[in-house]
Design a protein around this ligand. Structure first.
Ligand SMILES: [Zn+2]
Ligand SMILES: [Zn+2]
Length: 113
């Protein structure tokens, strides 16, 4: 689960394995992992939740026109998180940050698509 994955695709993957799980079971498992702070979810513009491990968390620049998601190389919150941890202000399990706009390709072709 290095790449963010939806419960649906996890379900499809497990269906062909030795231990198929129901979709509801998968949702419950993902949600409880999320409450424990091990997994985080983000929503696509289509409203689908994508789950990923917190340690692999990544932020994306999502183009509203073509739907391309470009990962950010760094986390803008890393320093703030460290400060909070040191000051015991807040124990942050995970955070989400979604950035929406137009990718460079779509900026170049304003009337297409
Ligand atoms: Zn685009
Ligand atoms: Zn981050």
């Amino acid at each position: 689960m290095k790449q963010p994955i939806s419960a649906q695709s996890l379900f499809a993957e497990l269906r062909s394995s030795d231990q198929p799980l129901g979709l509801a079971t998968i949702y419950r498992a993902l949600e409880s992992l999320k409450r424990e702070g091990l997994v985080q979810s983000r929503s696509t513009p289509q409203g689908e939740a994508l789950y990923s491990y917190v340690e692999h968390h990544q932020h994306f620049l999502t183009c509203l026109r073509c739907g391309t998601s470009t990962p950010l190389e760094t986390c803008p919150f890393r320093e703030l998180e460290k400060q909070w941890q040191q000051a015991k202000t807040f124990q942050l399990y995970y955070h989400t940050l979604e950035l929406f706009g137009l990718c460079w390709q779509c900026q170049d072709s304003p009337n297409e698509n």
